[in-house]
Design a protein around this ligand. Structure first.
Ligand code: MG
Length: 430
């Protein structure tokens, strides 16, 4: 029985940038190619990203730099301070580019996303290869692509691609020789699986489940009873039944994003202002819902995969102070997009990503510009009007949608038909 038990046309790719931060540094400093490189956390504290050469030296993530510094010259080890603006920027470009290849996209973290793919096995392999070379050519970072019938198996396939250089960065489980995936699964500890942490791993070991293959063979109902519905889904997914649906926007500890395709292409700066105003406000409300504020904002846009010329402008700005204020975020997003878009280019997607996140419950930050108090109150007002009357009821500036803009995505902006009361609602302008 092969891994590809799902119906025709439905496959999932997991695309993941190799050693993301180090790879970003190499884009701008090719002399780092082939050398052991580490990227250090804030204030150059400890290792957060390692090149393959650094991994081979036995350097572990989290190692304090002062322990490595004495040996660095002897090893030829190069350290870089983390540059989150750069990483945010390249991440946005990678994601915009990848969106062209999928029937859907779920950005899972700063450097990985799931993509919906369709086609037969040969087409899937070909698509995975094109994905890999497109990211290399347009952005300059190396990725691995895992393709399978479920998200859990796509993650596993990606793991196989990473660890087997002869696969040249691409592993589609459906193309593996019979029994080979099973053979690997029987050697990889169960904690190597997406979503299985160390604690769950220990409890699984206690009932004799050591490897991925063991978990795959386990009784889903028993797993549900002794563990959780979540782990039961993992068992089902290992057996080829897709049951973890795509998540539209994910807020994790690293980033909050809002990214969408338009119903019609957008090619003027004014239209992109509108897009940015709406998307920044969406991201801001998500930020508020998570109780976070952001210190870095990235905007991006992308052209259609069907248009000859691929363009993926992106810009990242550090905000004057960490904020969750929709007005500050909207202004920053509009200005950043103005700075990188090229009028006349037909964009079909755009996104706003907020990074450098921190809890908003700490000390209140005073915005350097006028009226922080009013701005905060306004943010709260916008949120409560939206909660009560829907997303299109009220908005800021260019995003104040009295009627859906021409570019608006059908699903997101299908506003209710306004009645007399709706028209009475005040529109707040920044
Ligand atoms: Mg990665």
């Amino acid at each position: 029985m092969s891994e590809d038990g799902a119906g025709p046309g439905g496959r999932i790719a997991l695309v993941d940038v190799n050693n993301f931060y180090v790879s970003c540094e190499r884009v701008f400093d090719p002399s780092l190619e082939g050398r052991p490189v580490v990227v250090l956390s804030n204030n150059d504290g400890s290792v957060v990203s390692r090149s393959a050469e650094a991994k081979r030296l036995g350097i572990k993530t989290g190692t304090p730099w002062f322990q490595l510094a004495p040996s660095a010259p002897r090893w030829g080890l190069v350290a870089r301070s983390s540059n989150y603006e750069l990483y945010g920027d390249l991440s946005a470009r990678v994601m915009e580019l990848l969106a062209r290849f999928g029937t859907w996209q779920e950005v899972y973290s700063i450097d990985e996303c799931f993509l919906g793919l369709a086609g037969d096995e040969a087409q899937l392999r070909e698509a995975a290869g094109r994905i890999r070379s497109a990211v290399g050519r347009h952005v300059g970072v190396p990725v691995c692509v895992g393709v399978a019938a479920t998200k859990t198996l796509a993650k596993f396939a990606n793991h196989v691609a990473k660890r087997n250089p002869h696969l040249r960065g691409v592993c589609s489980l459906g193309s593996m020789p019979p029994g080979e995936a099973e053979h690997i699964q029987s050697r990889v500890p169960v904690t190597g699986l997406w979503g299985v942490g160390a604690r769950t791993g220990k409890r699984l070991n206690a009932i004799g489940i050591e490897t991925i293959a063991d978990l795959k063979a386990a009784d889903p109902l028993l797993i549900r009873k002794r563990f959780s519905v979540v782990l039961q889904r993992t068992v089902l997914e290992l057996n080829g039944t897709a049951c973890i649906p795509p998540v539209d926007e994910r807020a994790d500890r690293q980033q909050v994003m809002f990214s969408r395709s338009f119903s019609t292409p957008v090619s003027t700066a004014e239209q992109l202002d509108e897009v940015m105003a709406v998307y920044a406000q969406k991201a801001a409300s998500r930020l508020a819902a998570e109780g976070l504020r952001a210190s870095v904002l990235t905007v991006s846009a992308g052209t259609s995969r069907f248009s000859g010329e691929a363009a993926f402008p992106a810009a990242t700005v550090r905000l004057p102070a960490p904020t969750q204020d929709p007005i500050a975020l909207t202004k920053a997003a509009v200005a950043a997009m103005r700075g990188c878009m090229v009028p006349g280019t037909a964009y079909v997607r755009a996104g706003v990503v907020l990074t450098g996140l921190e809890p908003a419950d700490g000390q209140e930050t005073l915005e350097p510009f006028a009226g922080p108090q009013e701005q905060r109150q306004l943010g709260g007002l916008l949120g409560s009007v939206r909660a009560k009357f829907g997303e299109s009821a009220i908005g800021l500036g260019a995003g104040g949608l009295a009627a859906p803009a021409a570019w608006s995505m059908k699903r997101e902006f299908s506003s209710p038909r306004y009645t007399g009361e709706w028209a009475e609602l005040p529109v707040v302008r920044a």
